[in-house]
Design a protein around this ligand. Structure first.
Ligand SMILES: [Zn+2]
Length: 63
C-alpha cells in the first residue's frame, strides 16, 4: 500500500518498497507495482519522484 505522508504542508505519496516519494498517488502506485515485481527502480517512474522525503522527515522534522 502506498503510504501518504505530509511534509511542510505538502502531501506526498510514498512507495513502501523503495521509499521514493511522489506528489501524485498514481506514480507512487506505479512505482510500488514495479518495485514488487522487479528488484530495481523504473527510471521512467523515478523521474516523477520528488526524492525520499519520508526518510528526510525521520532524520530531521521540518517543523
Ligand atoms: Zn518504488
Amino acid at each position: 500500500m502506498v503510504k501518504k505522508i505530509e511534509l511542510a504542508g505538502k502531501k506526498y505519496f510514498e512507495c513502501p518498497i523503495c521509499g521514493l516519494d511522489y506528489e501524485e498517488e498514481e506514480w507512487a502506485e506505479k512505482c510500488e507495482a514495479w518495485c514488487s515485481k522487479y528488484p530495481s527502480c523504473n527510471l521512467e517512474t523515478v523521474k516523477h519522484s520528488v526524492g525520499i522525503m519520508g526518510q528526510l522527515e525521520k532524520k530531521e522534522p521540518a517543523k
